[in-house]
Design a protein around this ligand. Structure first.
Ligand code: NDP
Length: 411
């Protein structure tokens, strides 16, 4: 099969390395991005590391016509979209026009309103079905692997689920005062939103970063402060899995939050354009231009990420708690692909998602989220392609009632 990868950032770099190692299914790869020199740099590294040739092209994926021409020239079976969330709809339109499968890692966002909602992409369902092609949405780590972890827990470990807490910890250190681990614009739009979580029948909303507590992460990472955020996978998981509550938590250091607060207070995280020397400039876009490029952090980042799901419910009439997680080492990820663990944990599942379609294990016309498929083949690939996972069952000991939001007692 031929695959077209769009986006030559950190995630595109990792996915290209992984796809190059899947030559049992992908025999031709084209990497295209706005800046062709970035594609060439990645192609050169892949050639050195694996002796595999990657074709490269420049494309502006905001332009449906350009995408359609590129697809018609190269004739791929799958397009793996690793550009930014703004490009999701134009690339889906191009896939519809050319009859090619589509995979991404982040849901569509309009540039002028940071909204993390699937409805724009779910609206393509019938058209994809009619065209006999498939779109797999959110095949990164979170969303992505977290959805698969939840589906696996629901299928194999629980009869009833009361609550899922998705816990995302980056215990890495790049030694810089302030930098984001992936695209700064997308990252800051995400974490400055109100926190939201699903509570039985409705979304509860809290001020950004106002709910937090500590959680003890496994395998030497230890106690970290986790903050309640809204994250897109909760929308599909609360719809497609039978569960009462779902929440998402992410770790942040005090220094990161102090920098963020100052930037917010002085208006630098706003997406409303201001006029500067006769030009409209969105402060957040300018901030992105002065912050370190996340791709440059790889070389200097040490430590680990730990992302997983803590599930609380019942099996065979007994209350239980279950934790499934992956640990990824920044330095090992860099040694293999030239990118740190945040890009690695996204790029590997992106490549596996494309592989699931290519092998036919997850092939069904329409628009789908990850938890709608059998988790087993995906989890097996994950174990073997650099993201091994661990699952642990805990005897549940009820905690005394406190004012804190209950995340879990892993004794
Ligand atoms: P980067 O900013 O590093 O890379 C994005 C790439 O997309 C750049 O190479 C950029 O090109 C290219 N691009 C941007 N606009 C266009 C366009 N109009 N046409 C063609 N190419 C374009 O981002 P990351 O690699 O860190 O992230 C990639 C995606 O992964 C994002 O959508 C992000 O939200 C998602 N993500 C998902 C995660 C998950 O777990 N699900 C976690 C982390 C990220 P150029 O450099 O030339 O401007």
């Amino acid at each position: 099969m031929k695959i077209l990868i769009v986006g030559a950032g950190g995630v595109g770099r990792v996915a290209t390395h992984k796809v190059a190692q899947m030559n049992d299914v992908f025999d031709e790869v084209l990497l295209a991005s706005r800046t062709k020199s970035k594609c060439d740099g990645i192609a050169e590294d892949v050639r050195e590391n694996f002796g595999v040739t990657i074709n490269t092209e420049a494309v502006d994926a905001d332009e449906v016509g350009e995408m359609v021409s590129l697809i018609r020239d190269f004739e791929p079976e799958i397009v793996l979209n690793l550009a930014l969330p703004y490009q999701d709809l134009p690339i889906m339109d191009a896939c519809l026009e050319t009859g090619v499968h589509y995979v991404d890692t982040a849901n569509y966002e309009p540039r002028d309103t940071p909204k993390f909602e699937y409805h724009w992409q779910w609206a393509y369902r019938e058209r994809f079905e009619q065209a006999g092609i498939m779109a797999l949405l959110g095949s990164g780590f979170d969303p992505g692997v977290t959805n698969v972890f939840c589906a696996h827990a629901a299928r194999n470990h629980f009869d009833e689920i009361d609550c899922i807490d998705i816990l995302d910890c980056n215990a890495g250190d790049h030694g810089l005062p302030f930098a984001t681990n992936f695209n700064p614009e997308i990252n800051i739009r995400e974490i400055t939103q109100p926190g939201r979580w699903w509570n039985e029948t409705n979304w509860e909303e809290v001020e950004p970063m106002s709910v937090h507590e500590s959680f003890s992460f496994p395998e030497g990472i230890g106690e970290r402060e986790i903050y309640l955020l809204y994250h897109e996978e909760m929308e599909s998981l609360s719809k497609y899995l039978d569960l009462k509550k779902i929440r998402f938590w992410m770790t942040f250091s005090d220094s990161y939050l102090t920098h963020l607060r100052v930037l917010e207070n002085i208006g630098m995280t706003s997406i409303e354009p201001v006029h500067f020397k006769g030009h409209p400039i969105a402060p957040l876009e300018f901030l992105k231009a002065v912050l370190p490029d996340p791709a440059s952090l790889g070389e200097r980042t040490k430590g680990k990420t730990c992302i997983g799901c803590l599930v609380h419910g019942r099996k065979d009439g007994k209350e239980k708690q279950y934790y499934i997680y992956n640990i990824c080492d920044h330095e090992e990820a860099f040694a293999e692909t030239g990118a740190q663990a945040v890009s690695y944990t996204t790029g590997v599942p992106a490549a596996i998602g494309a592989r699931m379609i290519a092998t036919g294990e997850w092939l069904k016309p329409g628009v789908w989220n990850m938890e709608q498929f059998d988790p087993a083949p995906f989890l097996e690939e994950l174990q073997n392609r650099g993201l091994p996972w661990t699952e642990v069952d805990f005897d549940f000991t009820p905690k005394p009632q406190t004012n804190s939001t209950f995340v879990g007692d892993r004794n």
